[in-house]
Design a protein around this ligand. Sequence first.
Ligand code: AMP
Length: 114
Amino acid sequence: MSTIFSKIINKEILANIVYEDDLVLAFKDITPQAPIHIIIIPKVTDLKTLNDINEKHITVLGHIVFVAIKIAKSEGISENGYRIVMNCNADGGQSIFHIHLHLLGGREMNWPPG
Ligand code: AMP
């Protein structure tokens, strides 16, 4: 199924891309919830939610976390800290059904999250 994120991967719609390699794409969130808010997605399009993950996706999942940490360092938020979040389905607050990781930083986060 085509989503906004697959259109961003295919360059059918523009995004503010901050990192790209063969497996993943990272771009600035269009509605940032923190001074730094970056979305990191796998380029595979068969992962609508975290529930679709199986053993064959372990490498790409590890990769999106690794890229998030690299970006946190390059954005200068690693020392103060940051949050990475993956929402799943309705109760998790997921609105786009192509799995993605949020990297949020540049301000103090609240706990528990809303
Ligand atoms: P979620 O609610 O976890 O599914 O997160 C989806 C995120 O995608 C939200 O934070 C949106 O602001 C963000 N978003 C939606 N459309 C775009 C877009 N065209 N470019 C960048 N971020 C987007």
